[in-house]
Write a protein that binds this ligand. Structure first.
Ligand code: DGT
Ligand code: CA
Ligand code: ZN
Length: 647
């Protein structure tokens, strides 16, 4: 993530007085006015600082003299409070209570008001209503259409902010998985098609399926005499925003959208996913590095640049233990290599035609890239180890999903349309979980009122009967994405929840949850989970990748409690929200959930028919988190799930 610089109070000058200069004081007063406005202070206080700043700026006399002679309050526009503040700053270099004010405002909010046409007042509304506290989270909120419905905003403002963000900076830093993988796979396919390239493969964090990707690493194999022409071809690709550098065997580039146009072959990502990403993030760019090596070196370079660094270190240590040396060029015995280094030493390499050969020489089974994080995979891969590597889940293992929206709340498709799309994916069921009654955005009600549930139930029942009569193995499960209120109670009357097939409990009023500590949040969440009607914990921390942090919570404690409830025979599952903006539950916690006996449910949280395909990202997270098909609730058949939900 790009590190955002907020505002800081000036340090006192080393000699003085004055310990603060006039321009420093003018700037601080102006900043204080903005900070107060961001915090919602009353207009008079804000004005006082604005006026004070202006008054000082236009004052011709020497500030120190005026302060020392005690004449500051005589300056028009400067009241007693500000006079005291300025006096302290000038004579001592300290700023009274202001440090607390500076600390209390997220740095990201300061950056937001740098966007043209976006002032503190609106920044504050978006912060309070939606938790928008950085340029990234604002961008995400605009892209998801959450800004336009806010009172006084509208589509025009939403678009204006998106344009403003683009102006503010060419997107730097890390990219979401959908952006990184779309670019990565398109670029990989283009390179693989270059004459002279024997093979090309995406490496780095993209191959390891991290939730965000810093830069793309691609390894290409070509005969040494072809390297020059291969590099030339790559440099002539469309969609290169900038060439950062190129040498004999390496090219560094910045890629932009044109790279994706008409790119052949998305690998395991289908065309619709690519399209969805392009729609969501039309302005995305990403850095990429290509390394071109001789074909016999390819497996070593691929393994090295796939990483992770931590995994590589473990492999290198295993090599050392066997008297071998492992690097990006080869795996060779210290003895044979002797004094030689680099490519020279690599001439002595043990032959390896693929990564599996390298792992075998080190006494390991081949480790799938998602697991290469040194989180137990080296031990599990050790040949003869008792536990062994997991047999990871695949997209084709899913039989449905349980958290999806329709036009009844904030979705854009009808029940029938969503069901048809689910059937087209080969699913046996679709869980509908529209928002519950309390959910509103900027005063506009989004959720389904309790008295609207019976009508939805009727429609679903009719559809289910039609499929049953036709002998079609498909059904809709009528659930709700029920708000978890601040105290851990669930929205809706108990009777409403009991009438539903499943409850996805989610926190949406993030402000209150982020404003209190981990212990209070954990208690409230456990209370919600213990509610007998509760089935699935939706997007557990509320995080938006590249945007906002989730609320503080002890997820281990939550998963332990859920494990106990499952042991008592109650079905309590945790969601991997598969939206590439969320990917929450984090992959790092999946293994723990599994160890505690908590089923994981991979949910697209689809708001339209295309959104169902996002489960692919959820599968990547589940795989990275060591999950097998059996660990995931929605690999169960429609009939099995029906029984599990007590229907
Ligand atoms: P990213 O780009 O920040 O999302 O993460 P990665 O994992 O793609 O990291 P990157 O691009 O810096 O380097 C690619 C791989 O190269 C990395 O996963 C492992 C390998 N690598 C890079 N630097 C080192 C290093 O200093 N030591 C070792 N053992 N491996 C390294
Ligand atoms: Ca990388
Ligand atoms: Zn949802």
């Amino acid at each position: 993530m790009v590190s955002v610089k907020g505002w800081n109070l000036p340090k006192p000058r080393s000699t003085g007085p004055p310990y603060a200069t006039k321009s420093q004081v003018v700037a601080v007063l102006e900043q204080v006015a903005v900070l107060l406005e961001l915090k919602g202070a009353n207009l008079f206080r804000t004005r006082a600082y604005q006026n004070g700043s202006r008054a000082l700026a236009s004052m011709e006399e020497d500030l120190l003299t005026v302060v020392q002679e005690g004449r500051l309050t005589q300056v028009k526009g400067i009241g007693k409070g500000i006079s005291g503040l300025v006096t302290e700053a000038v004579l001592e270099g300290t700023w009274g209570e202001l440090a607390g004010l500076y600390d209390s405002v997220p740095a990201g909010l300061i950056e937001i008001i740098g966007i043209p046409g976006l002032g503190p007042k609106r920044a504050r509304v978006m912060y309070e209503e939606l938790g928008v506290d950085s340029v990234e989270s604002l961008k995400a909120a605009c892209e998801m259409g959450h800004i336009a419905p806010l009172a006084g905003f509208g589509d025009k403002s939403q678009q204006k902010y998106l344009d403003g963000i683009e102006l503010l900076r060419r997107y730097q830093g890390r990219s979401r998985m959908d952006i990184g993988l779309t670019f990565g796979r398109a670029f990989e396919a283009r390179i693989a098609a270059v004459p002279g390239v024997v093979k090309a493969q995406l490496a780095g964090s993209a191959r390891r399926r991290r939730e965000t990707i810093g830069d793309l690493d691609i390894v290409a194999a070509a005969l040494p005499e072809d390297h020059d022409s291969v590099i030339e071809s790559i440099l002539s690709f469309p969609g290169i925003a900038e060439v950062k550098g190129h040498g004999e065997s390496k090219v560094s580039l910045i890629l932009e959208q044109e790279m994706l146009a008409a790119a052949s072959g998305g690998g395991s990502m289908d065309a619709q996913l690519v399209e969805a990403m392009m729609e969501r993030s039309a302005d995305a760019t990403i850095d990429a590095q290509v390394r071109i090596v001789a074909p016999e070196t390819f497996p070593f370079t691929l393994a090295y640049f796939t990483g992770s660094k931590e995994h590589n270190i473990r492999l290198r240590q295993l090599a050392i233990d066997k008297g071998l040396r492992l690097n990006e060029f080869g795996l060779f015995s210290e003895e044979a290599a002797g004094e030689a280094i680099g490519m020279e030493a690599a001439k002595h390499t043990l032959p390896c035609t693929d990564e599996a050969d390298i792992y075998r020489h080190l006494g390991l089974e081949w480790v799938t890239p998602e697991l290469r994080e040194d989180m137990g995979e080296v031990e599990a891969a050790t040949i003869g180890a008792s536990a062994g590597l997991p047999n990871l889940i695949e997209t084709s293992d899913l039989r449905g999903a349980l958290h999806n929206h329709t036009i009844a709340s904030d979705g854009v498709n009808t029940l029938e349309e969503m069901a048809a799309a689910a059937q087209a994916l080969g699913w046996q069921y679709l869980g509908i979980a529209d928002h519950s009654e309390v959910l509103n955005i900027g005063g506009r009600q989004i959720g389904v009122p309790a008295d609207g549930i019976p009508a939805q139930a009727k429609m679903i029942q009719t559809l289910n009967e039609t499929w049953a009569d036709a002998g079609t193995d498909f059904r809709i499960f009528h659930g709700s994405e029920c708000d978890i209120l601040v105290d851990g109670a669930l929205d809706y009357p108990d009777s409403t929840r009991r009438s539903l097939s499943h409850i996805v409990g989610s926190v949406h009023a993030l402000g209150s949850w982020r404003g209190r500590d981990e212990i209070a949040n954990t208690e409230a969440l456990i209370r919600a989970i213990e509610n007998p009607t509760f089935t699935i914990l939706g997007h557990p921390t509320g995080r938006i990748l590249q945007g906002r942090e989730g609320f503080p919570v002890d997820m281990h404690a939550i998963l332990r409690r859920m494990g106990e409830l499952n042991a008592e025979g109650q079905l309590k599952a945790v969601e991997i929200n598969a939206s590439p903006y969320r990917l929450d539950l984090d992959w790092r916690l999946c293994k723990y959930a599994k160890e505690q006996g908590v089923p994981v449910c991979i949910n697209p949280d689809a708001h339209d028919t295309e959104g169902l395909r996002d489960v692919w990202y959820g599968i990547q997270v589940a795989r990275k988190g060591w999950l097998e098909a059996v660990d995931v609730l929605n690999t169960r058949s429609g009939v099995e799930l029906q029984a599990l939900l007590g229907l």
